[in-house]
Design a protein. Structure first.
Length: 137
């Protein structure tokens, strides 16, 4: 049993597809252990994506992530990290396999609908970044 962090990004929240995306998780064997909608501050977004600080798209990424509310969720299930990444599809929606969240709900690599932890170790850190123990028991 694993836990992973999902973020429904501002583009997908603005489009009104929170429910459709959460349904993809539940319909594919991932339980929503916790979820909430919130507005990231610039400081939040910079800290969350600190690993990308040196990348040329860092400022665009931070601007995008604070452009509107997001929905953060903890997903739980067997192989949750890899399963969520499979459901999300490739980072660039143009390259995402048909039927994946990014193929169905994202426009481009800047606004690609969802984030998902890419390893069990990052998942644990990302979950701690957003959720307290009380929210997750
Ligand atoms: P992910 O794990 O599939 O989300 O991909 P990465 O960890 O490689 O990148 C993190 C996020 O940075 C992506 O989801 C995109 O939102 C953004 N990103 C990645 N590459 C680019 C790029 O070339 N341009 C822009 N604007 N954003 C990018």
């Amino acid at each position: 049993m694993e836990r992973t962090l999902s973020i429904i990004k501002p583009d997908a929240v603005a489009k009104g597809v929170i429910g459709k995306i959460l349904d993809r998780f539940e319909s594919n064997g991932l339980k929503i252990a916790a979820t909430k909608k919130l507005q990231l501050t610039r400081q939040d977004a910079e800290a969350f994506y600190a690993i990308h600080r040196e990348r040329p798209f860092f400022n665009d990424l931070v601007d995008f992530m604070v452009s509107g509310p997001v929905v953060v969720s903890v997903l739980e299930g067997e192989n949750a990290v890899a399963k969520n990444r499979d459901l999300m599809g490739a980072t660039n929606p143009q390259e995402a396999a048909p039927g994946t969240i990014r193929a169905d709900f994202a426009e481009n690599i800047d606004a690609n609908a969802v984030h998902g932890s890419d390893s069990l170790e990052n998942a644990a850190n990302e979950i701690k970044f957003f959720f307290s123990g009380r929210e997750l028991s």
